[in-house]
Design a binder for this molecule. Structure first.
Ligand code: ADP
Length: 625
């Protein structure tokens, strides 16, 4: 039994192909994790890195609390089952299952006990004397499972184990593997390109595309709250319908307007997480609706659809149609106008019929047209507030509060402005009295819907906050972006700062032994790296590492002012009232550091520790350590 942690894992193959990018997940003991995505997206590569069959280019892999990056596969206490079964053809089933244990010199008696137990679990006791060639695909896959089972591994890795089986057997084996997982109470990681397998087996699913993780979530969250168009289209069958639309808020409703002029109404309440910028009717967005969330409308209201094809599957009927006023004019193009509708059994429809459909307004999805990311994030990324500067004060949320000097400087005499406030930058405090209209548990956080006129403001709040009550909140000014007329005039203070530098080593004799010390170099200022990180950089880039430039990221809290260290020139002070930052020019880089309220230096020396530095490659976009 084990939990696993994959932290910023990358795989770059020798030919330079970046197969896996920044893969991170905490897998709890006894989870059934599925990696799913189209062929070539990096699922097997990731699984093989966990197994130890492929080296990890960068990142850390922990099984339990042990870092196993460099541990031999046989020492990792995992077992892997392959699509190809990988059975020895000349051995019997018993010998195949016993083979690994015999290699480990386990006493024959214990081997027998384990093989018989596994054979019983998998219902292959009667085939133990057969050779694999005399068995069916399903039976062979059971033997492959049995060979993994006898090792009592901490973690089971399964790479498309069912893809060689026919549909009926696949669905049977699916449920057998799920039951096996339940009874073994072990961690499973399962790779498949089949979304049905993923949805039916996984406790959590990792959806991948082109080497990047798209979303890690429970099956129901992937279905109900897909993060982007890719996940929305990949999960669910038949596929979600997508249309280009614009959105316009009118009172309590939002009008969804299709390219050819068709309109449907959605209550604002259902889409209140969408940022107001998208609700003016002037921005193209992608509307997503699953076939099962479209209903036939009896009153001829809603979207007009011409029926092209009907599939009657017994309990349900799938209608393939064309959308819009001109749908009758047949063209093979016009992809966006195709629509799929899934309804309960219906005997009356015929090809050529004109029907009207309405979306289930609780199941609508909207995505940004360019990034294809959802506009209804579980936690919205920003709230936009309108502000007005009056002397040294500002009016925000119908309240007058101090105008931070840095805002005033950025505004340069302008009065009106907007601030983009992330939900994490609204804290319980003193200034703004707001009512909590609704609370929603999102992952491990409480998302509060705070009433702000006829829209909501989203904030992350503590467990003691109650729905319906009023509370005082503050805005954390250094965590907001300030805009004037759509132009960014003041950017939020980042948590981390980037400095570029080189990497070096020295070799010293300590107690008669040669010991290597590694350093990050910032134009004369040298910081010793943690030895393990030094070795990591060296193992990834080889001897080139001593010629390369690296990006060093340091959390602001770990940069100290000192009387020696890295010299910098103060070029600007940013006064947020309660807190002050200095913009410092260091070599060719500019960074922001936290300073005391009475700080007024022109020149500073900065110090930081090697253990607080994260290292990024500048050759390929990759975190090394
Ligand atoms: P999946 O399991 O999702 O189908 P893989 O992990 O097998 O994908 O492969 C991910 C990508 O890495 C693919 O583009 C594949 O061509 C490439 N790849 C796999 N193995 C190697 C290798 N040994 N050398 C170079 N590229 C590889």
């Amino acid at each position: 039994m084990a939990n696993l942690k994959l932290s910023h894992i990358y795989k770059v193959y020798d030919n330079g192909h970046k197969a896996v990018n920044d893969f991170s997940i905490d897998i709890k003991d006894q989870e059934f994790i599925v990696f799913v995505g189209p062929s070539g997206c990096g699922k097997s590569t990731t699984l093989r890195m966990v197994a130890g069959l492929e080296t990890i280019t960068a990142g850390d892999l922990f099984i339990g609390d042990t870092l196993v990056n460099d541990m031999e596969p046989k020492d990792r206490d995992i077992a892997m089952v392959f699509q190809s079964y990988a059975l020895y053809p000349h051995m019997t089933v018993y010998e195949n299952m016993a083979f690994g244990l015999r290699n480990r010199k386990m006493p024959e008696e214990e081997i027998k006990e384990r093989v018989m137990k596994a054979a019983k679990m998998l219902d292959i006791e009667e085939y133990l004397d057969r050779q694999p060639k005399a068995m069916s695909g399903g039976q062979r896959q059971r033997v492959a499972l049995g060979r993994a089972l006898v090792r009592n591994p901490k973690v089971f890795l399964l790479d498309e184990p069912l893809s060689n089986l026919d549909a009926k057997l696949r669905s049977q084996m699916r449920s057998e593997i799920t039951q096996l997982h339940k009874s073994l109470k072990t961690t499973f990681i399962y790779v498949t390109h089949d979304q049905v397998e993923a949805m039916t087996m996984g406790t959590r699913i990792v959806v991948m595309k082109l080497g990047y993780v798209q979303q890690i979530d429970t099956p129901m969250n992937l279905y109900n709250k897909p993060y982007n168009v890719f996940v929305a289209g990949f999960i669910g069958s038949p596929q979600m319908n997508f249309f280009d639309v614009t959105l316009k808020r009118e009172g309590d409703n939002v009008i969804v307007k299709f390219a050819d002029g068709d309109e449907v109404l959605v209550p604002y309440e259902n889409v209140c997480k969408i940022h107001e910028d998208y609700l003016n009717g002037d921005k193209q967005v992608i509307f997503g609706i699953r076939p099962e969330h479209l209903n036939l409308s009896k009153e001829n209201v809603g979207l007009k659809v011409v029926v092209n094809n009907i599939e009657r599957l017994g309990k349900e009927t799938i209608i393939y149609g064309k959308l819009g006023e001109k749908a009758e004019e047949f063209t093979l193009k016009d992809e966006g106008k195709n629509i799929i509708i899934k309804i309960d059994e219906d005997d009356n429809l015929e090809v050529g019929d004109v029907i009207h459909v309405l979306p289930n307004c609780e199941k609508v999805h909207f995505f940004d047209h360019e990034s294809e990311i959802t506009l209804m994030n579980k936690i919205p990324t920003v709230n936009t507030l309108h502000g007005r500067a009056v002397g040294d004060k500002m009016e925000v949320l119908n309240t007058t509060v101090d105008l931070p000097k840095v805002f005033k400087d950025a505004l340069g005499g302008k009065e009106e402005f907007e601030i983009n406030v992330p939900p994490h930058a609204i804290k319980e405090g003193d200034c703004f009295k707001l009512k909590v209209a609704k609370l929603e548990r999102v992952d491990d956080e409480n998302l509060a819907y705070l009433v702000n006129g006829d829209t909501y403001l989203f904030a992350i709040v503590g467990d003691d906050v109650k729905e319906g009550d009023e509370y005082n909140f503050d805005i954390v000014n250094e965590k907001v972006d300030v805009y004037h007329d759509g132009e960014l005039i003041l950017e939020r203070i980042p948590e981390e700062e980037a400095l570029f530098g080189t990497f070096s080593k020295t070799e010293v004799k300590e107690k008669g032994e040669r010991v290597l010390h590694f350093f990050y170099n910032f134009n004369g200022y040298k910081v010793e790296a943690l030895p393990e990180n030094g070795y990591k950089i060296n193992s990834i880039d080889g001897d080139n590492c001593y010629k390369n430039t690296y990006k060093y990221m340091i959390h602001k809290d770990n940069i100290r002012l000192s009387d020696h260290g890295l010299k910098g020139e103060v070029i600007k002070l940013l006064d947020y009232g309660m807190i002050k930052f200095a913009k410092v020019k260091v070599n060719d880089d500019e960074i922001l550091i936290k300073v005391d309220n009475d700080f007024n230096e022109k020149e500073v020396y900065l110090e930081f520790d090697g253990k607080d530095i994260s290292v990024y490659s500048t050759r390929i976009d990759m975190k090394i350590c």
